[in-house]
Every structure is written in C-alpha cells, then in structure tokens.
Design a protein around this ligand. Structure first.
Ligand code: GUN
Length: 249
C-alpha cells in the first residue's frame, strides 16, 4: 500500500486495508510518502515494488497530490499486481468479460446482490455515476450478468425518470443524500456506494436512507454496507495476485 500526503479519508482507508490484511494473514507493507514526493520518486517506488518478488499486489491510494499525474501512476503498476484493477489492461479485460481482477467496490456490490439471492438477468439496472473506479466498471459487471443497464450522470436530464424505472439502483456520485425516496421504484434494490462526511462529522451516503428505506425492497446502509465489501474484495484480488505471480518467484 502506497499513500502520498495526509488526506484524512485516505489515511482511514489505508488503515482499514492494513488491518484486513493482518486479519486474513496477508503480509503487507505500507509506504507513507510525504505530500511533496515527486512523480519520479513515486514511479521509482512502483518500479521497485513491481520487481519485488515477495509483493504480489500494489495499491496506490487515490487521490494522489495534484502535482502527480494519476494516469501515469496507474499505468506504471504491473497489471499482474494491480489489485485495484485500474490499469488500462485490466480495464480492457473487464470490458471484454475475461478478467483476473475486478475493481473492489463494484465487485463488492455484485457480491452483495448475489449473496442476497437477487437475480440480475433481465432486470432494469441503473447506475448513477460514471467514474472509472465505480460507475463504469459497475455497469460492465451488471451487463455481464445480463442486466439492462443505464448509466446516469451529472448531465442526465430528468434523472428521476431513469431512477424510477430501476429494479436495481447503484448510486456512486459522491453527493450527500442525492437520491431520495421519491426517485425510487417500490421494491427496488438500492445500493449506496457514497461515503460523505457532513459538517457535523457524521457519515452519510448518496442516498437519503430514511425516505429510501420506506420504498426500497432492499437497501444498504452507510457506513457498514458497501465499504466493508470493498475491503473484502481487495483481499480476494490480493490472493488472486499471489496465485498469478507465483511464477515470479
Ligand atoms: N480511492 C477511493 N477508492 C479507492 C480504491 O478503491 N482504491 C484506491 N487505490 N484508491 C481509492
């Protein structure tokens, strides 16, 4: 795990990932670099970790400071060690449907749906958000399971018209309480990927839980819904990476 700078949310995420590794018996190393680290220094560390035979998976916590180009960093990670599945090789594999790693958050959402016995095939699936980390891969994973998928975003006209049709609604926009109960179809499965910190320091999701739970057939809370699943999927990807990299030793 590599963390650059001292973003408090990133610090919490990395601590949680480190703790999960310890609980699973996965050996981990943390590289906490100062805010002023140069892109060259970060690339040099990634190169070292790419070559290190006792390291199977590399995760650079995002966001990186503004003077570092995120794409350059993602592209530098060995795709076989890319446990986040952010490298374009892994993104392409997800698109084609023949992948080793699945991005952790969308994978966690799929696992929640599967474990709850919810059928995806033929269902109206609406993803609100189009980020590379969640929205886009989420849409692909739902499509691979034969969902009828719509991706909505900040420029979508009449968002409610789309969300109201969703049998499965995944919200990942990063805006507190963005989706309200009146935007949800009766009995829909609502999965809230957002983690927002309000001014009163409380955490809340992208879905207004109070109004949404009255209409939804199933709904995930924030915190405690998708978040722990993301970390569990990271552990799964790390074990996969260890298997893939066995030949490195
Ligand atoms: N920042 C927010 N989510 C993620 C994630 O899943 N992986 C990494 N590396 N950084 C993130």
């Amino acid at each position: 795990m590599v963390i650059v700078g001292d973003d408090p949310a990133s610090r919490v995420y990395v601590n949680n990932k480190k703790k999960a590794c310890a609980e699973c018996g996965i050996y981990s190393e943390e590289y906490a670099l100062p805010e002023e680290t140069t892109q060259e220094e970060l690339l040099s560390l990634i190169d070292t970790l790419n070559k290190k035979s006792d390291i199977s998976g590399i995760l650079v916590q995002l966001p990186v400071p503004k003077h570092i180009d995120e794409t350059t960093i993602i592209n530098a990670i060995d795709p076989k060690k890319d446990v986040d599945a952010f490298h374009p090789i892994n993104v392409g594999k997800i698109m084609v449907g023949n992948f080793d790693f699945v991005p952790c958050t969308p994978a966690g959402v799929m696992e929640l749906i599967k474990e709850s016995g919810i059928e995806i095939s033929g269902k109206e699936c609406v993803v609100v958000g189009r980020s590379n980390i969640v929205g886009k891969p989420q849409a692909m994973l739902l499509l691979h399971q034969n969902g009828t998928v719509t991706i909505c975003h900040s420029r979508t006209k009449d968002l409610k018209e789309h969300t109201k049709k969703a049998d499965i609604l995944v919200v990942a926009v990063g805006i507190p309480n963005f989706v309200t109960g009146d935007m949800i179809k009766e009995g829909a499965v609502v999965i809230d990927v957002g983690i927002n910190r309000l001014e009163n320091k409380k955490l809340c999701g992208d879905v207004e839980f109070e109004s949404a739970e009255k209409v939804a057939g199933a709904i995930t809370p924030v915190p405690g819904g998708v978040g722990p699943m993301t970390i569990a999927m990271l552990m799964k990807n790390t074990v996969k990476a260890a298997e893939l990299n066995k030949t490195h030793k």
